[in-house]
Design a protein around this ligand. Sequence first.
Ligand code: GLU
Length: 507
Amino acid sequence: MREVRVRFAPSPTGPLHIGGVRTALYNYLFARKLGGKFILRIEDTDQGRFVPGAEQYIIESLTWSGIHFDEGVHIGGPYAPYRQSDRKEIYHQYALQLLQNGTAYYAFDTPEELDAIRKQYESRKETFQYGPQTRMGLKNSLTLPENEVKEMLDAGVHNVIRVTIPEHETITVHDLIRGVVTVDSALLDDKVLYKSDGMPTYHLANVVDDYLMKISHVIRGEEWLPSAPLHVLLYRFFGWEKEMPEFAHLPLLLKPDGNGKLSKRDGDRLGFPVFPLRWTDPKTNEVSSGYRESGYLPEAFVNMLAFLGWNPGTEQELFTLDELVQEFSIERVSKSGAKFDVEKAHWFNHQYMSKKTPAELAALLIPILELKNIKASLEYVEQVCALIHDRAVLIPDLFTQSHFFFLDPESYDEKVVAKIWKTETPTLLAEYIPVLEATEPFIKENIEINTKEFVQNKGIGMGQLMNPLRLTVVGTNAGPGMMDMMAVIGKEFIIPRIRQCIEKIKG
Ligand code: GLU
């Protein structure tokens, strides 16, 4: 069997969309599962769309996601260079090869001339295609005399190299996800392969590089399916049919309502990030949020992405990256688009957060505390995390769920006060303070025994004391068990909070 070599080939035209991360992920899983190689190639032949920082962003996003490469622009490899702009010299000879064997030709029409023709067609409600039906009426090496063509080339007249699409032919693409796809070549146009700026277009560079880099499988988004027939033709024109990779076009990622593709432009409009990491547009300074900065764990992000278009065929939903490698198969990738579901994204993250140990959660909470200038020992933060471990959906929730372990309440929830604060409450709390003072050591079991004794002596229910007590400590009616919480916070902080609350509510 052929060595498995797959590539992720993004164009650095902006931040990588989560659909792109999913494409990289499926390629990665495929390569790892079959013991193959995974390559990062940067397709930057369209200089007009180049965005500074985008390449770095792509690499950082995939590194954060845990998707690693065997060869690529950032690590080198036997087929380097892996950035197409560094391979510029390679492509011209291949364009010449097609010119020589008659499957490509020079076209000299200027953009203005083509625009004018396009407009004429539009005025007749027709669409212009540079192709089998029109090429013989246009300015190219098929219609102009040979000596004129030579003169124009020698004089450096603006020209492009176009592929000669056969007039009527059924082109067959075998797709591992979609099966056999056939296209009538009449629907294709004579695409430009080589541009006047001395750069290949995507189609030429992509096919040449896949061939030279010995790519065995092309796994990419569905938006590239329309290009596949042209690529199949190019493999034939070059005489590389035996080396042609197998194709797999992945289903689209759809907006949550299923209405259309989840696009980069959706940004934060739909209430969730469409980018793995925060991105600041270098031109407009506009900031788009990222999964990392929003507090998602990379392992949850990747697990969620894996399920957008694939499923293992069992009930299991939680998979580590290694488990995904074991389970993944291209046959189980669906044909239909996958709707993004923000609730599901939260669910995945919550699952992974809940599985973390207190020490792991503390490592996530400490940077948040540092940003807020809150000092606490590692041991203390771990104790806090042990009490709130399944309460955080996203990383910042670790603080929202625990701020009262670090800070006194700033205010008291009025609704809760109205409900639970009775005339006798201040006296009751004041009488309870000595009970806490006398509890030594101040551990959960002792607090529990002494508190029970106190409420029994008073002849009241536990709730009558616990509800206002919680209000004094937390500021509202939320938080983990009172006894656990008090033991962790310590009486030296609890008692002043009780006093402060009595004062504030009175005032
Ligand atoms: N450069 C293309 C992109 O940005 C690659 C498509 C392919 O994988 O062939 O998606």
